[in-house]
Design a protein around this ligand. Structure first.
Ligand code: SF4
Length: 344
C-alpha cells in the first residue's frame, strides 16, 4: 500500500504487518506478564530514491521500527521484503553472508554520533573496520576511500588521523554520515540525525544529506519528532501513534490537507517564524497511553475531541482516500466528517 502520485516508482522495501513486542517480566521467576507493543502492525512501502519521514511523539515506536528493519531489534511478526539486485528477500529471515549483504545495503545514522564512534579510535580506525569486513583489505586503498568520504561530507583529508573528541557536534554528525556511506548503502535510516544539533548546523547537515542522496541515489528513512525538519527533507510522511501508522501521504498533501486529529495537533505545535501569521494550537489531552495496554478501538480515542462510541470499540484501519488526485491514507472513522467541518 502506498500513496503514489508517480506509479513508475520502484518499491525498494515492503514492510508488511510488522510487529515488535518486548516482553514485560515480573516476579522471582521473571514470568512474562505482558508485552510492550512498540511496533504494532506497520505496513509501508519505501520507494527507491525517496525520503520517507517517520514522525510521532517520543514512545510512538518510530525508532523501534527503524531498528527492527535493520535487525537491531527482533521482530515478533511480519516481513520486511527488500529488493536486492538478484530479487526480493525478507530481511527478517536472512542469515550468514546474506544478512551481511543486507547490512551493507542498509545503514543507520544515529542522533548522537559521539556514542557511535569509538573514542579510542581515530576516524580512520572507525572507518577501517567496516571497510575490511566488506573486502577492502589494503591500507592505502582504505585511506583513499576514507579521504573521499570525508571530502563528500566537506571535511579535510587530515581529519582521519584525529579522534572523535576533537570535533564539534556538527562535524561528528558529518563523520557519522560518511561512515554510513563507507560501505555503499542503498538505504540509510536517519534516526533523529539532526535533533541534537543547533538550528544553523541542522540546516547544513540536511543540505548535505540531500546532496548525498542525489549523488549516491540513496533512499532515506528519516525518523524524527520534529515536523518542521521533516517538512523540509521528506517526500512522504508516515505519522505513527502507539506503534501504528495513523496517516500517510506526500509531504505537501499532508501539510495542506491534514486528516487525522493527532497529526493536526502535532502540526499546530510547529512554531511559525513570521510574527504576522498565527496558528491556532490544538492541545493534546492527557498523556500517551501505555503501549503495554493500548486502549480498545482507536488507540487515539482517550485524547481525541471527536471521539464517538464507535471509536471506543472499533479499531479504524489505515485506508486510502483521495484529495486533489493524491492518495492519502488515514486511520480514523470520522476523517471525512472532520475534514468537512461536520464534527466541530
Ligand atoms: Fe478520533 Fe475516532 Fe478518529 Fe480515533 S477514530 S482519531 S477517536 S475521531
Amino acid at each position: 500500500m502506498q500513496p503514489d502520485k508517480n506509479p513508475v516508482r520502484e518499491v525498494l522495501m515492503k514492510i508488511e504487518n510488522l510487529k515488535t513486542y518486548f516482553p514485560v517480566k515480573k516476579g522471582v521467576f521473571k514470568r512474562t506478564v505482558g508485552h510492550v507493543k512498540a511496533v504494532d502492525g506497520v505496513s509501508l512501502d519505501v520507494f527507491r530514491g525517496e525520503t520517507l519521514g517517520i514522525v510521532g511523539e517520543s514512545g510512538c515506536g518510530k525508532t523501534t521500527l527503524g531498528k527492527t528493519i535493520l535487525r537491531l531489534c527482533s521482530a515478533s511478526e511480519g516481513s520486511v521484503k527488500y529488493q536486492f539486485p538478484d530479487g526480493e528477500q525478507d530481511i527478517l529471515q536472512l542469515k550468514g553472508t546474506e544478512l551481511d549483504r543486507a547490512r551493507k545495503s542498509l545503514q543507520i545514522v544515529f542522533q548522537d554520533p559521539y556514542s557511535s564512534l569509538n573514542p579510542a579510535f581515530t576516524i580512520f580506525g572507525s572507518f577501517a573496520d567496516p571497510l575490511r569486513k566488506f573486502g577492502v583489505k589494503k591500507r592505502k586503498e582504505q585511506e583513499e576511500i576514507v579521504a573521499k568520504l570525508l571530502a563528500d561530507v566537506n571535511l579535510p583529508r587530515d581529519y582521519m588521523t584525529r579522534y572523535p573528541n576533537e570535533f564539534s557536534g556538527g562535524q561528528r554528525q558529518r563523520i557519522g554520515i560518511a561512515r554510513a556511506l563507507s560501505v555503499n548503502p542503498e538505504l540509510i535510516v536517519c534516526d533523529e540525525a539532526v535533533s541534537a544539533l543547533d538550528v544553523s548546523i541542522q540546516a547544513q547537515v540536511l543540505k548535505l544529506l540531500k546532496k548525498l542522496q542525489n549523488e549516491h541515489n540513496l533512499t532515506y528513512l528519516f525518523i524524527t519528532h520534529d515536523l518542521s525538519v521533516v517538512e523540509y527533507v521528506a517526500d512522504r510522511i508516515a505519522v505513527m501513534y502507539l506503534g501504528k501508522v495513523v496517516e500517510l501521504a506526500e509531504t505537501d498533501e499532508l501539510f495542506k490537507h491534514t486528516l487525522h486529529p493527532y497529526t493536526k495537533a502535532l502540526l499546530s505545535a510547529i512554531p511559525i517564524a513570521d510574527i504576522t501569521r498565527k496558528r491556532k494550537r490544538i492541545p493534546l489531552q492527557g498523556d500517551v497511553p501505555s503501549p503495554v495496554n493500548p486502549p480498545a478501538g482507536c488507540p487515539f480515542h482517550p485524547r481525541c475531541k471527536y471521539c464517538t462510541d464507535r471509536c471506543r470499540t472499533d479499531a479504524p484501519l489505515l485506508t486510502p482516500g483521495t484529495s486533489e488526485g493524491q492518495i492519502h491514507y488515514v486511520s480514523c472513522h470520522h476523517a471525512q466528517e472532520i475534514a468537512e467541518g461536520r464534527m466541530e
